[in-house]
Design a protein around this ligand. Structure first.
Ligand code: ZN
Length: 136
């Protein structure tokens, strides 16, 4: 079962520049982290129970840099929080949905995550996430 939209990931050329708009609406960057393996900096702005995740490449050869080059800044992925990620992946697999991660991998905060290919979702990269400590 999907609980909520955990966050919406947005590819930006500059987190600081993109954040300026959201700050006008009263949002602010609540935390940021660098994923060295993905060569990406991620800044999170809490929005109620969800968040916006602004993404910025830290290296020219990072996946986000390639995305920006190909498609420009904008929506990158949507992350849905689920209760049982293994169960959801099994259902999707049975229905021939193209999974990028066949089995869950460790996400930032220890959560279990798996990406679904946009070709199976109507064009949007979808990330499923199961938090390990019940919440957050
Ligand atoms: Zn994300």
């Amino acid at each position: 079962m999907v609980r909520k939209i955990a966050h919406v990931g947005i590819a930006t050329n500059s987190i600081a520049e993109a954040a300026r708009f959201y700050e006008l609406l009263g949002l602010r960057v609540n935390w940021a982290e660098i994923h060295t393996d993905q060569k990406v900096k991620a800044a999170f702005l809490s929005v109620g129970e969800s968040a916006l995740e602004l993404l910025e490449a830290t290296e020219p050869d990072s996946p986000i840099a390639r995305f920006l080059k190909k498609r420009g800044a904008g929506l990158h992925h949507i992350t849905l929080e689920v209760e049982e990620i293994e169960e959801e992946l099994r259902k999707l697999r049975e229905n021939d949905i193209a999974l990028i991660n066949e089995t869950p991998v460790r996400g930032a905060d220890g959560s279990l995550v798996a990406f679904i290919h946009p070709s199976s979702t109507g064009g949007v990269l979808v990330e499923l996430s199961q938090s390990v400590e019940g919440d957050g």
